[in-house]
Design a protein around this ligand. Structure first.
Ligand code: AMP
Length: 288
């Protein structure tokens, strides 16, 4: 195990054997895991801070998971700065960073994968086939290597959160999945590692996404119950920004992700847009 330029006791682990040793060292205390792809920001920090409150020790994993990127996606361009991530993880209250290389973590070709059926079909799954299989497979590997008692996921990636919950239930993985509300910038935009791809103009235009979701919430609060009416209005609002292209808007049940026509009870409104070359997602759960 290495400990490079860190707070005393803070560990930076890059090997699978190191991860296994760490797991043994931290047991029987309550171990929290915050899985990330690095480029840590205030959203990730909220997860780490929550884990700090709940757990005796907090591990932050930093792994840009190649299995979850499509061929035409931004794997090569994805921001990488491990030193900054270590500093951010430490500052937010982490005790260790697990940052394996691709070869160390995945090795050659994997023949085994974890596929959470149905939940991966709609929303982001429609335009990103294989994405959630890549996520679930790597999250399962992390759970096996580190054996956390609790693992923290952001509500920003709502579909991912439901898929991880379902995987843990279906496979009886002994970990408590804790969700953390979406952290937003002062202009309402959900904080994302990909926001740094946006130009100043694009960034301004992108705020139509949370604004449109807020407007939908207000429409439901005002008595609107028809999903089709919300969809039409949402499309119109996004269309007011010529640089923003709507990929999908979905009104569905928060856990099953099944589309609803009539808004009653708990409902998830989720959307994805493209701003220039950048794909952004956001969502809101409402209770009608
Ligand atoms: P990523 O590094 O993008 O894979 O994200 C790692 C974790 O941080 C996931 O569980 C995300 O849902 C969560 N996350 C990312 N952005 C935010 C945010 N703005 N607010 C809360 N959680 C977030």
């Amino acid at each position: 195990m290495t400990s490079v330029g860190c707070r005393s006791g803070f560990k930076v682990i890059t090997t699978v054997s190191g991860a296994r040793r760490l797991k043994k060292e931290l047991t029987p205390g309550i171990v929290g895991l915050v899985p990330t792809m690095g480029a840590l920001h205030a959203g990730h920090e909220a997860l780490i801070e929550k884990a700090r409150q709940d757990c005796d020790s907090v591990i932050v994993s930093v792994f840009i998971n190649p299995l979850q990127f499509g061929q035409a996606e931004d794997f090569g361009a994805y921001p990488r700065d491990l030193e900054a991530d270590i500093r951010a993880a430490m500052k937010a209250g982490g005790d260790a960073v697990f940052a394996p290389s691709r070869d160390e973590f995945i090795g050659g070709t994997m023949l085994t994968s974890v596929n959470v059926d149905e939940l991966d079909k709609g929303l982001c799954g429609r335009s990103r086939p294989g994405h959630f299989k890549g996520v679930a497979t790597i999250v399962a590997k992390l759970f096996n290597m580190l054996g956390p008692d609790k693992a923290y996921f952001g509500e920003k990636d709502w579909q991912q959160l439901q898929i991880v919950r379902r995987m843990v239930d279906d496979l009886d993985i002994d970990v408590d999945i804790v969700s953390v509300p979406t952290v937003r910038d002062s202009d309402g935009l959900a904080i994302s590692s990909r926001n740094r791809y946006l130009s100043a103009d694009e960034r301004k235009a992108a705020t139509i996404l949370p604004k449109a979701l807020d407007a939908m919430r207000a429409m439901v609060a005002g008595g609107e119950t028809r999903a089709t009416v919300l969809s039409e209005r949402f499309e119109e609002m996004i269309a007011t920004e010529p640089d923003v292209e709507l990929e999908y808007f979905s009104v569905c049940r928060p856990q099953s992700l099944k589309a609803v026509d009539k808004i009653t009870g708990d409902v998830l409104m989720a959307a994805s847009v493209h701003v220039g070359g950048t794909r952004l997602i956001d969502n809101m759960v409402i209770n009608a």
